[in-house]
Design a protein around this ligand. Structure first.
Ligand code: PLP
Length: 390
């Protein structure tokens, strides 16, 4: 028994890789799993110690406040001011259960059935399903390498966007690892403002950068006065995907709509987790983040050095923990991922799983320990002759 809504979702394209991985493991062989973007580092000790304390406060054993703990909302406001020079009000912040649920719920809060949602292709699959669940249709925005994996707003302008109500963008980007600069955000803001489209930025990877801090949307969107929301997540920032905590910053009317919807669906994040995260943000953020980035930077450089000798085409990521790599001439993403698993025991993610425009690419995630990343790099480098002869 399944609703028409669920029937509209595409088949789960990673199922074949999962199946191959399982049969590989059953036959007693080991895999180097660079498939999922699920950090292996574990929460920073400062955060675990804070939670060990906050968990005994029984006020947290009751329902938490609707929009989130004031202490965490204020910690977010201090971060926004310190790091991005934006003095945001409490009504511009919402604590979320990671970012996935908030992204998935957004169209239900601000899009009507029959309207449309602009989504990137390749892109995080939840943008599409969230639109479907709200009875909306999707307009896809191709992200091409030749345009730095950004939508082409001039081409988009020639399409029928009369029903468009919301645009999702995601930078730093999963799966391509592309980053946005201020000029790009200004273009997106202007495009949305002139068409009365709300702008949603998924910044789940906003704190995972290497040389240059990433540029968020919110200070610019706020200044421009457009309806917008930007999603942040502690999942990747603090390596706590299992804790389920994130936050959104947005214009007060979008935050109020999403908050109202969520009040009818969930009861927020466990207060002890909120308080522990608030304390960590207030006291340890600037010490923790360089440590985490340093670990990923080493892995990134190790993998990039091997891939550079493999004959595969890729850009060294400036942010996120993903490498987005072209398959050898003519190989489909599924075919090449199957080859990597069968030949080298490496689990990679086929690009087509992120949308039709992801075909011809595969993704590797450096969320496995450095030795695993190094060994995967060595094995791919050793395929050089076969890649050249493909
Ligand atoms: C682009 C993007 N957005 C959002 C999420 C959701 O993460 P979480 O719900 O753990 O914050 C993910 C998870 O992989 C992601 O890749």
């Amino acid at each position: 028994m399944r609703s028409k809504r669920l029937e509209q979702l595409p088949p789960y394209l990673f199922v074949e890789i999962d199946r191959l991985k399982e049969s590989f493991l059953r036959s007693g062989r080991s895999v180097l799993d660079l498939g999922i973007g699920d950090p292996d580092l574990g929460a920073p000790p400062e955060l675990v110690e804070a939670l060990a304390r906050t968990i005994s406060d029984t006020t947290h054993h009751r329902y938490p406040p609707g929009r989130g703990l004031i202490r965490l909302i204020d910690a977010v406001r201090s971060w926004a001011l310190r790091r991005h020079g934006a003095a945001i009000g409490r009504e511009e912040v919402l604590v979320t259960i990671g970012s996935k649920e908030a992204i998935a719920h957004l169209p239900l809060a601000i899009v009507n059935p029959g309207e449309s949602v602009l989504i990137p292709d390749p892109g995080y699959p939840v943008y599409y399903s969230s639109a479907v669940f709200a009875g909306a249709s999707c307009v896809t925005m191709p992200l091409d390498e030749t345009n730095g994996f950004k939508p082409r707003f001039d081409e988009l302008a020639s399409r029928d966007l009369s029903a468009a109500r919301l645009m999702f963008l995601n930078y730093p980007n999963n799966p391509t690892s592309a980053v946005a600069d201020r000029a790009f955000w200004r273009e997106a803001i202007e495009f949305c403002r002139s068409r009365r489209i709300a702008l949603a930025s998924d910044a789940a990877y906003g704190e995972i950068w290497y040389e240059e801090p990433t540029v968020p949307l919110f200070p610019l969107a706020r200044e421009a006065g457009i309806p917008y929301i930007e999603f942040f997540s502690f999942s990747k920032t603090f390596s706590v995907t299992g804790w389920r905590i994130g936050f959104a910053v947005g214009s007060s009317e979008v935050i109020a709509a999403l908050s109202q919807l969520k009040n009818n669906i969930d009861s927020g994040v466990f207060g002890a987790i909120q308080e522990a995260v608030a304390e960590t943000m207030e006291r340890h953020y600037d010490a923790i983040m360089p440590r985490i980035r340093a670990v990923y930077r080493v892995r990134r450089d190790v993998l990039a050095a091997h891939l550079a000798h493999s004959g595969l085409s890729f850009a060294v990521p400036e942010a996120t923990f993903y490498f987005w790599i072209r398959t050898p001439r003519g190989a489909s993403s599924m075919e090449f991922c199957r080859f990597l698993l069968e030949e080298c025991g490496i689990v990679a993610t086929p690009g087509v799983g992120f949308g039709a425009n992801g075909e011809g690419y595969f993704r590797l995630s450096i969320t496995a320990n450095t030795e695993t990343v190094r060994e995967a790099g060595r094995r791919i480098e050793a395929l050089r002759a076969r890649i050249a002869a493909w």
